[in-house]
Design a protein around this ligand. Structure first.
Ligand code: HEM
Length: 424
């Protein structure tokens, strides 16, 4: 294959790249077709490379994309072999400080990058603090937030649901369960700074916003030390594991970020399915599939965290017939694993069960009970919207909806809708 020759099987997406330090058949995880229809890329990669494909990340940094259901399950179940501390990476020498993927892989002293006993300590605190959330109360709070957001656009007869609803709701709910009342001005500022840090738009300064998030959460932890309440932050502070204030700040940022982005995209992808697929035709009474079925189908077919970076090999090993070297980076191909033909031999993908890998697996999986909380947020958001605006329809043709240019998250750039204006 010559330098500018595209891969014959994957048009206008990844190209084979000679000179790759790891393999000459590695493919770039980029390209327009990849953003719009990643399932085609996964199929092509699987055909060409099997369940573990050599890929190139931004700047042609080599990694492995784990595509097989059983291989992703194996990697995530064996943290003694595939660990989470990114400082193990054998490519750091080739990576510039301003590498675009640094926010995902740059080591931070949070639960995300800890391993072994230290991880169990940090993750145990989060799990118990989240278990203290009353799911009925969360449902009521989400309904209240949903009603407020809907009231903000109901009179106009149109809305852009990703920004005005799908992302806004879980952000406000997550901040509230951490102990910051929705009504306070500094909470609203925090919500805005979190939005900028996680999803910067043109003219935003994500670094400055992230700095303000840290300061606000430091202040929150200080306030809750002197006056604890019935919230996640206070339960983390009072936990017998005795986390330091700074550890709690780091883990609160992880919890809020981990909660907001995927839940927002779960809501958006489910609304898209409901509004575009006639099996769910929301205007036709009788016989339509339920919101619960749509939420579950999205986790199988359009999962919000489509790829997750990642794991780093602790020592030389084998995976899916590949030789993996110590320090190699493995990207968890969660979306590809969910549609692996090995588990769907009839090529019909989709099931009523929850055996998908959308919340990952093993020690570092999305911690119980976070998936249940995400379900309460997403279900309440979708049901409340459809109840309040029953004649909601897309304001553009389904083909005009664009996916975000991200290989990590699967979510829409915008979801414009129309409905009869609600006059109060
Ligand atoms: C649709 C919603 C969600 C999806 C798809 C999702 C998915 C994931 C995935 C794929 C991981 C990475 C697991 C790994 O490293 O193997 C993760 C980690 C995590 N999630 Fe979620 N998540 C969701 C909602 C939430 C919510 C609502 C919370 C909190 C309330 C949460 C908290 C966390 C935390 C703290 C981690 C880090 C776990 C660790 O490293 O020990 N997630 N999630």
């Amino acid at each position: 294959m010559t330098e500018h020759q595209p891969s014959p099987r994957v048009p206008d997406g990844p190209a084979a790249v000679p000179g790759c330090p790891v393999r000459t058949d590695a493919v770039r995880l980029a390209g327009v077709s990849y953003q719009q229809t990643p399932s085609q890329l996964y199929r092509a990669l699987r055909r060409e490379h099997g369940p573990v494909a050599p890929v190139l990340l931004d700047g042609d940094v080599p990694a492995w994309l784990v595509l097989g259901y059983s291989e992703v399950s194996h990697v995530t179940a064996h943290d003694e072999l595939f660990a989470r501390d990114s400082r193990r990476w054998n490519q750091w020498g080739a990576i510039p400080q301003d590498w675009p993927l640094m926010p995902f892989v740059g080591y931070q002293p949070s639960v995300l990058f800890t391993e072994g006993d230290e991880h169990r300590r940090r993750s145990g605190v989060i799990t118990e603090a989240l278990e203290g959330i009353d799911q009925f109360e969360l449902g009521r709070d989400c309904q209240y937030i949903a009603e407020q957001l809907i009231a903000g656009f109901a009179g106009s007869g149109q809305a852009e649901l990703m920004a005005e609803y799908a992302h806004a709701l879980p952000m406000r709910a997550a901040v509230q369960v951490c102990g910051m009342p929705d009504s306070r001005a500094d909470t609203r500022q925090l919500v805005e700074d979190l939005r900028i840090s996680l999803d910067a738009g043109e003219g935003d300064d994500p670094v400055a916003a992230y700095g303000r998030v840290g300061e606000r959460l430091r202040q929150l932890v200080k306030d809750k030390r002197s006056a604890p309440g019935p919230d996640v932050t206070s339960r983390m502070l009072l936990h017998p594991a005795g986390l330091t204030d700074e550890e709690i700040v780091q883990d609160l940022i992880s919890v809020i970020a981990a909660a907001q982005q995927p839940t927002g995209n779960w809501i958006g992808n489910t609304l898209r399915l409901l509004l575009t697929d006639e099996r769910f035709a929301v205007n036709v009474s009788g016989g339509r599939l339920s919101v619960g079925e749509a939420l579950n189908e999205v986790l199988w077919l359009d999962t919000p965290t489509q790829n997750f970076i990642g794991r780093w090999a602790v020592r030389d090993t084998q995976l899916g017939g590949r030789h993996i070297r110590a320090g190699d980076c493995l990207v968890l191909g969660l979306a590809a694993a969910n549609t692996d033909p090995q588990i769907w031999p009839e090529s019909h993908v989709g099931a009523e069960n929850a055996a998908h890998l959308s919340f990952s697996n093993g020690e570092h999986r999305c911690p119980y009970p976070a998936p249940l909380l995400a379900d309460v947020m997403a279900r309440t958001a979708v049901e409340t919207l459809l109840e309040r605006l029953p004649d909601l329809v897309l304001a553009v043709e389904p083909e005009e909806l664009a996916w975000r240019p991200s290989i990590w998250m699967r979510g829409l750039t915008a979801l414009p809708v129309e409905f009869s204006p609600v006059v109060r």
